[in-house]
Ligand binder design. Structure first.
Ligand code: PSU
Ligand code: MN
Length: 306
């Protein structure tokens, strides 16, 4: 019989039992979002940043037929180097468990598994959302579905720049997902600080965000919260510069018939190549920046008892 009980690392289990701060981390970015060795270096550095911020990192994946909440270094290395790792959104988690395939978790499945384990805060790069052309392709990430039904705060640099951000914000509103930009009135656009779209709400400190999450929870609201934390200015790629690169990568994807869950893994290396690695540097910087804030939020939440 398949064992679906999450297997917590000893460090994560201890922290959760004691009510100490824990930050969940996804693994799709390791297995499918960045190439080796940048993926492994980033995974390690993000964990170190969470620790330095006073929280315990819990990178989530499915390995050896078990849901893992908190990986050791061998687990991180395996995800960063293995060739046949599945990209598992929530609906694929049972498939990974039942077939015994190793799987990296997306924002959606990481949220769900974090919630199962009692982890309230999660740091990532950018969420999936409504793709350009979704009116005909229907390509809308299950990350939005999960945000609508799973009470985890997702610290991101907004949604992936390859998406239709205006439609993504509309969808988040329809789904009742609070969207809070950090220290700005505008919704960030992953590689750039300014999407040209107004943020639905603004908060300026981790303490304020923790208070928001507590109020959201106290009301019995069961959705997630999207915390949109702009990339640090020194690492941003202005929208006007990155937009044509993304557009030509999207055209290439369309020409090759790339659809569904393959789209992001197809685009990211092409964007990295076309920007001579600048997009990869920006991606790493924003993930690290989100890990800093997520640890602060987790610490603030734990301070008043989760
Ligand atoms: N953003 C990135 N790199 C990534 C992802 C997002 O910069 O690899 C991943 C996340 O794991 C997210 C997933 O949950 O892509 C969304 O995939 P899709 O659009 O197929 O739902
Ligand atoms: Mn999709």
């Amino acid at each position: 019989m398949t064992d679906v009980t999450p297997l917590l690392s000893p460090e994560v289990a201890d922290a959760l039992a004691a009510g100490r701060p824990v930050v969940a981390l996804e693994s799709t970015i390791i297995a499918h979002g960045m190439a080796y060795p940048a993926n492994l270096e980033t995974a390690r550095r993000v964990e170190a940043i969470v620790r330095a911020g006073g929280a315990v990192p819990a990178t989530i994946a499915v390995l050896d037929r078990r849901i893992r909440i908190g990986l050791d270094d061998a687990g991180l290395e395996r995800l960063a180097t293995a060739r046949d790792v599945m990209k598992a959104s929530t609906r694929e988690v049972p498939l990974a468990l039942a077939t015994g395939r190793d799987a990296a978790t997306t924002v959606a499945s990481t949220m769900r598994l974090a919630a199962m384990a009692g982890i309230a805060v999660f740091a990532t790069g950018g969420i999936g959302g409504v793709h350009r052309g979704a009116a005909t392709s229907f390509d809308i990430s299950a990350d939005l579905t999960e945000l609508s039904r799973t009470p985890v705060a997702v610290v991101s640099a907004g949604a992936k720049a390859i998406l239709d951000l205006a439609l993504t914000l509309e969808m988040l509103e329809t789904l009742g997902v609070p969207v809070v930009s950090v220290g700005t009135d505008i919704f960030p656009a992953f590689y750039s600080r300014d999407s040209g779209l107004a943020a639905p709400a603004r908060l300026d400190t981790a303490g304020e965000i923790a208070a928001f999450i507590r109020a959201h929870r106290a009301l019995g609201l069961t959705s997630g919260v999207l915390v949109a934390n702009p990339i640090p200015a020194e690492h941003e790629i202005p929208g006007a510069e990155i937009a044509p690169v993304i557009e030509s990568a999207l055209l290439e994807a369309a020409a090759q018939g790339i659809t569904g869950k393959e789209v992001t893994p197809f685009l990211l290396p092409r964007v990295a190549e076309a920007t001579a690695g600048r997009s990869l540097k920006a991606n790493i910087a924003l993930v690290e920046n989100n890990a800093v804030l997520a640890a602060q939020i987790a610490v603030a939440l734990a301070a008043e008892g989760r």
